[in-house]
Design a protein around this ligand. Structure first.
Ligand SMILES: Cc1cc2nc3c(=O)[nH]c(=O)nc-3n(C[C@H](O)[C@H](O)[C@H](O)COP(=O)(O)OP(=O)(O)OC[C@H]3O[C@@H](n4cnc5c(N)ncnc54)[C@H](O)[C@@H]3O)c2cc1C
Length: 436
């Protein structure tokens, strides 16, 4: 039907509406639009810069550090030298008003290698806790100390989990008692699974000041290894994946720290605890605040691994021949690759949405942070498993990186809230009910 035929059939009212719509659309052409998924030039520059480091420094070293199962200090130092690891770097990525700075950087780093990526980014969980809960003075003092200096690089650890408090953070048994005589906090207990635990200077430790209050009686404490006696590393964990990242138990035994080392300050903590005891509303628990803020970034890490595996499988499928043709010419392989790309892009949209909401203080209504981490984690596990399938026998060997990516991806179903716990959080948010 021609355009003139269409207008002949239209009612006068419809014609008016159509004209108004056309006018509005053509009028909008020159205007600024507030919604856009296009990256700015600055964001593209940062992405490409981090990608260069990931491709040139991390990828070539990934296999070696995975086999060594050691913290890749020389690579963290390289990252510090170029400003990728450090207070200024992380502040710059966080400062991006769209919220996309951190996810973009994390996706590229973890595309390079997840174990090394976690050695570089593991510090950021402690940083997020200090930033989210510390006073201005504490932020200024402790965040730079988490990173150290270019000549003396440090990492930091966030210690919430315990042998009997994993998904159930309210089960934390580590106690913090205040000693009025010495004006010190005295911490005692055992932390489990701490990334960088025992090899860091700054440890942010979640402890209970009043066990009867459950998670509402928790507070976050700065425990610097260089100052505090009574903190020590327990066993280092030998892991399935992320093997270049150090994970260990941390013991606190009559560990004394100054009164001012509780995040937010003792006065605020005392006020909060008093409110809880009176049955009044108080801010959410210390560990949960940190996890809520960091979930989209963790999702972006999973995306980086998934993208690495997808790209590798795509290239392989275009090269490898069986039955006289490239294996990608079989629909089953091509469709698998199509779905890999689709799932990665879908997960990225969730990650970017939650990151934007988090940065712009748009409250999560339906646990959008949990959604992003859940989806990205599941996509990473599925995509890396499919990548092994596309490579066939080669995919199953340590001669090719996809088996490492599959091992690395699995953690994204587990830490910072398991897949089941994310579903619990989402189902509670959408229903307003206490789903168990
Ligand atoms: C490599 C690595 C690094 C880590 N880094 C850190 C760190 O830096 N700091 C830190 O504090 N912790 C860290 N963790 C700990 C991590 O956060 C916990 O492992 C995770 O929260 C799960 O706890 P859990 O292992 O005790 O499992 P459990 O809580 O025992 O869960 C076991 C299973 O039961 C399921 N489950 C439990 N409760 C429910 C429920 N209510 N409904 C349905 N299913 C349920 C879980 O989903 C899971 O499948 C790390 C762990 C690993 C493996």
């Amino acid at each position: 039907m021609s355009a003139s035929a269409t207008s002949d059939l239209a009612t006068p009212a419809a014609t008016g509406a159509a004209e108004a719509a056309v006018e509005a659309i053509s009028g909008a052409a020159g205007q600024d639009v507030t919604f856009s998924l296009a990256l700015s030039q600055d964001q593209k520059d940062i992405r490409d810069w981090v990608h260069g480091f990931a491709a040139d420094v991390m990828r070539p070293a990934a296999h070696e550090w995975d086999e060594r199962e050691e913290t890749p200090w020389p690579i963290i130092q390289e990252a510090a030298k170029i400003g990728l690891y450090g207070f200024e770097g992380i502040a710059q990525f966080f400062a991006d008003p769209t919220g996309l700075g951190l996810p973009i950087v994390n996706e590229e780093l973890f595309w390079g290698d997840a174990g090394i990526g976690m050695s570089i980014m593991g510090t950021s969980l402690a940083v997020a806790a200090i930033f989210g809960q510390g006073s201005g003075e504490q932020i200024g003092e402790w965040i730079p100390r988490c990173f150290g200096t270019v000549d003396d690089v440090k990492v930091a650890a966030f210690c919430a989990s315990e042998p009997n408090a994993g998904s159930d953070v309210s089960g934390v048994r580590t106690m913090a008692k205040f000693d009025e005589a010495t004006n010190e906090w005295v911490l005692g207990g055992q932390k489990a699974w701490a990334t960088n635990g025992g090899i860091s200077d700054v440890h942010v430790v979640i402890a209970s000041v009043d066990r009867e209050l459950g998670s509402k009686g928790h507070a976050a404490f700065i425990v610097p290894m260089s100052e505090a006696k009574g903190i020590s590393q327990g066993s280092k964990v030998s892991k399935h994946g992320l093997r270049a990242s150090h994970t260990a138990d941390v013991f606190l035994d009559d560990c004394r720290i100054p009164a001012g080392y509780v995040l937010g300050g003792k006065e605020k903590l005392d006020e909060r605890i008093a409110r809880v005891r009176e049955g009044k509303k108080a801010k959410s628990q210390a560990a949960m605040q940190t996890f809520e803020a960091s979930r989209p970034t963790v999702g972006a890490q999973a995306l980086g691994i998934a993208r690495a595996a997808y790209e590798y499988a795509l290239d392989y499928a275009k090269e490898r021949e069986q039955f006289g043709r490239k294996i990608i010419e079989n629909q089953s392989i091509a469709f698998t690759l199509a779905r890999m790309k689709l799932e990665i892009d879908a997960a990225r949209l969730l990650v970017w949405r939650a990151s934007w909401m988090g940065r712009n203080q748009v409250p999560f209504e339906n646990a959008e942070g949990s959604m992003s981490k859940l989806k990205a984690g599941e996509v990473a596990v599925w995509v890396t498993e499919r990548a092994i399938q596309v490579l066939g026998g080669n995919g199953y060997t340590r001669e090719f990186p996809v088996e490492r990516w599959h091992r690395d991806a699995k953690i994204y179903d587990i830490f910072e809230g398991t897949a089941e716990i994310q579903q619990l959080v989402i189902s509670r948010a959408i229903s307003g009910m206490h789903i168990k």
